[in-house]
Design a protein around this ligand. Structure first.
Ligand code: THU
Length: 136
């Protein structure tokens, strides 16, 4: 069986679909994310807000958590979409979550109907990671 490798546009479409399932009654800002694991699985997430605002989970955190809880340890790509269609980039904490599991590329919308691809290194240079704890 051949394995279908989704392109950036397809991953973005999946992230948009996930954004429709966001629970965002407070901000009304719906975000979706998909994570591609090293074995090619695609796992989605959406932001899940809370009346205690600080307990809110980002879409990326939910998608990464779901992938890891399903057994993945090496993640390759994350695509992020805001339902509003605006450009939206992952927050700092989520960039660090991506760093933990080796994410290489982050796909976002470009504001003109297309996508942009960034390396995680571009978005989180000189990051602290698991190897730093293993030293010494
Ligand atoms: N949010 C995400 O889900 N991902 C991001 O990258 C940025 C922010 C969510 C959190 C909150 O529910 C809403 O967007 C407004 O901050």
């Amino acid at each position: 069986m051949t394995h279908h490798v989704p392109g950036d546009a397809e991953l973005m479409a999946a992230a948009m679909e996930a954004a429709q399932r966001a629970y965002a009654p407070y901000s009304r800002f719906q975000v979706g994310a998909v994570v591609v694991t090293e074995d090619g699985s695609v796992v989605s997430g959406a932001n899940v807000e809370n009346a205690a605002y600080a307990s809110t989970l980002c879409a990326e955190a939910v998608a990464i958590g779901a992938a890891v809880a399903a057994g993945a340890r090496n993640l390759v790509t994350v695509a992020v979409a805001c339902l509003s269609g605006e450009r939206c980039y992952p927050c700092g904490q989520c960039r660090q979550r991506m760093r933990e599991f080796g994410v290489e590329r982050v796909i976002v919308r470009d504001g003109a109907g297309g996508t942009r691809s960034h390396s995680l290194e571009e978005l989180l240079p000189e990051a602290f990671g698991p190897e730093d704890l293993a030293r010494g």
